[in-house]
Design a protein around this ligand. Structure first.
Ligand SMILES: NC(=O)c1ccc[n+]([C@@H]2O[C@H](COP(=O)([O-])OP(=O)(O)OC[C@H]3O[C@@H](n4cnc5c(N)ncnc54)[C@H](OP(=O)(O)O)[C@@H]3O)[C@@H](O)[C@H]2O)c1
Length: 252
């Protein structure tokens, strides 16, 4: 599989799944734009990519999203592939005082940012007949954990966004797909407030929730993403690909 001369934007590339996706695309010949807020972590990922463009951006800010597109075009001249990966979760019950604040934050980060970036990038992806991959979650397909209504709702909406724009852009030769992971070992848990000393126990607990008894590494998700972005997947659009070690099929 080769992505020679393809230009790929990866949001949330400073960590976890996004970092693995950026490194894998770069290793396969792509020119990558890596996006995140944490400059130190982005620098570490940049070292593993070949001549990447690093854009320090908060994807909840419209001007930062514009910057991702303009800087990519200035540096590489086109956009072939967009990976909407940046995301986070905040736990809150619908009964909690901060329910709406939490909902707005999660929806802005996980959904609105991806919609706006896609809106700005899509005209350029139409020109290259490229494709778009959204990183969703199995939380879009089942209620996964307590107090996660905002996260699950953002990911369910993202799945339908994938289908909607896949239908819209098909006549322009652009494919749009979703990858929906189950538990993957990344900084996600730490970033939602699980303390370092609880991490191993949490991953062990998550492994027990899967039929295969394991948690994935981020590179397993990157393998699926690069396959879907490649010509090998030329028949695939509007699809939601679950990679969850069998969480959804596990009998209790
Ligand atoms: N790990 C799992 O088990 C799992 C399962 C299902 C789905 N997912 C999904 O996979 C995606 C990646 O998660 P991960 O597991 O790799 O988690 P992670 O290690 O916490 O990475 C999240 C990434 O999103 C970026 N991000 C978050 N808010 C941002 C903002 N406002 N502006 C710019 N970047 C932002 C972070 O960058 P900065 O901190 O540098 O801004 C970071 O690079 C997410 O969409 C998540 O919902 C993960």
């Amino acid at each position: 599989m080769s992505f020679n001369d393809k230009v790929v934007i990866v949001t949330g590339a400073s960590s976890g799944i996004g970092a693995a996706i950026a490194v894998e695309f770069s290793g396969l010949g792509a020119k990558v734009t890596i996006v995140g807020r944490n400059e130190t972590k982005l620098k570490e990922v940049a070292k593993k990519c070949k001549n990447p463009l690093t854009v320090v951006a908060d994807i909840t800010k419209e001007n930062d999203i514009k910057k991702i597109v303009t800087e990519t075009l200035n540096r590489f001249g086109k956009i072939d592939i967009l990976i909407n990966n940046a995301g986070m979760a905040i736990q809150a019950s619908i009964l909690a005082e901060n329910a709406m604040e939490t909902y707005d934050k999660v929806m802005n980060t996980n959904l609105r940012s991806a919609v706006y970036l896609t809106h700005l990038a899509a005209p350029h992806i139409v020109k290259t007949k490229g494709n778009i991959i959204n990183i969703s979650s199995i939380a879009s397909l089942t209620v996964f954990g307590k107090d996660q209504f905002s996260y699950g709702t953002s990911k369910a909406a993202m799945d339908h966004f994938t289908r909607s724009i896949a239908a819209e852009l098909a006549s322009s030769g652009v494919r749009v797909n979703s990858v929906n992971p189950g538990p993957v070992k990344t900084d996600f848990l730490e970033n939602i407030g699980i303390s370092k000393d609880q991490l191993e126990a949490t991953f062990e607990h998550m492994a027990k929730m899967t039929a295969l008894g394991r948690v994935s590494g981020a590179e397993e998700i990157a393998d699926l993403v690069t396959f879907l972005a490649s010509d090998k997947a030329k028949a695939i659009t509007g699809a939601v690909f679950v990679s969850d070690n069998g969480v959804l099929i596990k009998a209790n």
